[in-house]
Design a protein. Structure first.
Length: 274
């Protein structure tokens, strides 16, 4: 798919990867609805895209990406401003700390934002895409969805589920014009990663260190560039950190060895510094 002339929605677009995605899409000729729970941040990103283009190419909106009514509102806003949605970037995500001590509410909210938001958007968009014969769903997951995440059980589980839903969507509708890409980066210079690396919680800090030490920390614009290249190629797996593929292969080739290695690595992250 060529994004020039297409209409896109980006959730979690007020900063980080989402803001970079919105800017990259607009820069490539798409018209973009930028959504975020922080409406002012979404408006800023949209205004910057308009200024860069010298035309009205983006609009901001305050919305909870996990709320079905809010998603429907974003789709309706896109249609009013620009036309039917061609590309939906389900990018909003949260990464709470905690393992078995995480509350039911924390689990529910994480699954809602990181997984059910994708399902709810697909329910609203896929029927129209099937009628038109074309549509593109971009799911932001994480390398944690292919590997795991030390520290946060809810994040690890929800990102695995996001990858699983993206796979299912591609298998079920890929031969009927619905294209799917699944973004699985490691470290990206975002507020979420900075919060983890400066956490006063030992396991939270270990989670941040595990990401930073695993490979280079990319800028959001680099990740957005990788996503647009994947859309252009209609490629499912988007790996801005190519080493994730080798890690994934090693995991699959000897699962028990990988688990033992991850336990040793976690212990090293939690060991007191000498």
């Amino acid at each position: 798919m060529r994004v020039a002339g297409k209409v896109a929605v980006v959730t979690g677009g007020g900063g980080g990867i989402g803001a970079a995605l919105a800017a990259a899409l607009a820069g490539a000729g798409a018209r973009v609805v930028v959504s975020d729970v922080d409406g002012a941040a979404a408006d800023r990103v949209a205004a910057e895209a308009d200024a860069a283009a010298g035309a009205h190419v983006a609009v901001g909106a305050a919305a909870d990406a996990a709320d079905a009514t809010a998603i429907a509102g974003l789709i309706a806003l896109a249609e009013r401003e620009f036309g039917p949605v061609d590309v939906y970037c389900a990018n909003a995500g949260i990464g709470p700390k905690g393992g078995l001590d995480a509350t039911e509410d924390e689990w529910d909210r994480t699954i809602d934002v990181n997984v059910r938001a994708h399902v709810r958007a697909a329910k609203l968009l896929v029927p129209g895409w099937l009628e038109r014969g074309e549509g593109y769903f971009v799911a932001t997951a994480s390398a944690a969805g292919l590997l795991t995440q030390i520290g946060s059980a809810a994040y690890a589980v929800s990102k695995h589920a996001a990858v699983g839903f993206a796979e299912w969507l591609s298998i079920t509708y890929g031969d009927r014009g619905v294209r799917v890409s699944c973004l699985c980066p490691m470290g990206v210079d975002t507020d979420m990663l900075r919060a983890a690396t400066t956490s006063d919680d030992p396991m939270g800090a270990a989670a941040g260190r595990s990401v930073v030490e695993a490979g280079s920390v990319l800028q959001p614009a680099e990740v957005a560039e990788a996503v647009l290249a994947a859309i252009d190629d209609e490629r499912f797996l988007v790996l801005p950190h190519p080493e994730v593929l080798e890690m994934y292969r090693r995991k699959g080739s000897d699962y028990d060895r990988w688990l033992r290695g991850m336990r040793r690595y976690q212990a090293s992250l939690l060991a007191p510094e000498s």
